[in-house]
Design a protein around this ligand. Structure first.
Ligand SMILES: *Cc1c(COP(=O)(O)O)cnc(C)c1O
Length: 422
């Protein structure tokens, strides 16, 4: 966590109405980077990272979908990965250092990280993914790059991949190899994810009296953490709706006060949210005055009353997700993929439980985190047509794949690193 989350005065937020996304990004990031980067360098970096659209679609009343799927890998993870890759390359090249990024992915992180770091001179990347839990397209996005990107298929689940990575970071016998993470436990990914919350508010409101309700499809809770950081900086947020899939450990926790990871995590169609114990949960608990350890044990209870005031958590089943994709298309010609559909369903659930909140003055934004074309098979089953691939993805099919299969065994993984990355 940053030792201090800087606050932004309201009139500064209002000024953002007149700025484009890269310049809003610059204004937010510089509050954290301080004098570590020249303003000109940071501004150039933000413009280079964010050269794509961020559509906000009105559905009805003041309810919006924000599409975070227009980056090179068609996932919201591009926002974080592109900024982080550029920042790391900038600092490494200043003093001629090299770094190996070690990252576990449930599908979309890997491709976003691979794409964002691909070809960067001072960085090598090792990506671990669960062999049978990513779509062919997600896999190809990682395995067709090569160069400085090494991909490993683990015979296990996402949580296993993450476990291997976490263990490598804590292993003293690897401490001579400069390793860094790119998962949503990396603060360099959380900060850029605060920016689009501010952007949404600046486009849709711009009045400090207008608090926004955000619905966030959540797995490892990095996206949500970005939103919470934006709110801590002063962004007027009414509430965050945490929409999970059937991995419901956090909705159950907020309801009962008892936290129990889902082991093994459940396989749902919103595969990037198949997380049984979110890596960022300890940060959220800490923000509310509690202490949670690696495994999810709570030694100091956070202010649950305040948490429930700020956060509304809801678990959305696969059946509800499919029905939402169908209804949204039928009713509004709104095309959603499973993660964005879970978020929209979570928002509906909240609105139904709080009828006072459904008035047309209640501004709300539901995040669509991947392009529907990344889930063609599922969508074809539900809507009977294939959403067309965006150009960034349509070329991948013909390229050669390259990855190493690996048992879910830490010693094998460690020996691989020692052999190839000394
Ligand atoms: C990673 C991902 C999520 C979950 O985001 P977290 O930050 O892990 O909560 C949701 N949707 C998609 C498409 C993703 O790739």
């Amino acid at each position: 966590m940053p030792s201090l989350i800087p606050s932004i005065p309201h009139n500064e937020f209002e000024r953002y109405q007149g700025l484009d996304y890269p310049d809003i990004a610059f204004n937010i990031m510089r509050r954290f980077t301080g004098s570590d980067l020249e303003d000109d360098d940071l501004q150039a970096l933000c413009h280079d990272a964010y050269d794509f659209n961020i559509p906000l679609e009105n559905v009805f009343d003041r309810m919006y979908i924000m599409r975070l799927d227009q980056g090179p890998t068609a996932s919201f993870k591009d926002f974080a990965a592109r900024m982080m890759g550029r920042l790391m390359q900038y600092f490494l090249s200043l003093d001629g250092r090299y770094l190996t990024i070690l990252t576990a992915t449930s599908g979309d992180t890997g491709s976003a990280v691979a794409s964002a770091f691909y070809g960067l001179k001072n960085i090598r990347v090792i990506i671990l993914f669960p062999l049978n839990e990513v779509t062919a397209l997600q896999r190809k996005q990682m395995t067709t790059l090569n160069d400085n990107v090494q991909v490993i298929a683990v015979n296990g689940k996402f949580d296993d991949c993450q476990h291997l990575v976490k263990r490598a970071f804590m292993d003293h016998s690897l401490s001579h190899i400069p390793l860094s993470s790119a998962n949503s436990i990396n603060i360099g990914r959380l900060l850029p994810q605060a920016i689009y919350y501010v952007y949404a508010w600046s486009r849709l409101s711009g009045r400090v009296t207008d608090q926004v309700l955000f619905s966030v499809p959540s797995g490892n809770f990095g996206n949500l953490m970005g939103g919470i950081i934006a709110r801590e900086m002063g962004l007027p947020v009414k509430k965050f709706i945490i929409s999970t899939n059937e991995n419901d450990e956090v909705p159950v926790y907020l309801k009962t006060g008892n936290y129990k990871p889902v082991v093994p995590s459940r396989n749902c169609i919103s595969s990037a949210m198949n997380v049984g114990h979110p890596g960022n949960l300890a940060r959220i608990v800490a923000l509310y005055g509690g202490i949670m350890d690696e495994k999810g044990g709570i030694s100091k209870t956070p202010d649950l009353f305040k948490m429930r005031e700020d956060l509304f958590a809801v678990s959305v089943s696969d059946d509800e997700t499919r029905a939402t994709i169908k209804d949204c298309y039928k009713l509004y010609r709104l095309l959603l993929e499973p993660h964005g559909a879970a978020a929209w369903k979570g928002l509906q659930t909240y609105m139904n439980l709080h009828p006072d909140a459904s008035g047309e003055n209640r501004l709300s934004v539901s995040l669509e985190t991947a392009h529907p074309a990344k889930f063609q098979d599922e969508i074809k089953k539900i809507l009977k047509f294939m959403p067309p691939l965006p150009p960034s993805l349509s070329e991948i099919g013909n390229r050669n794949e390259n990855f190493i299969p690996l048992d879910n065994n830490y010693n094998i993984f460690k020996n691989f690193i020692l052999k190839h990355y000394k």
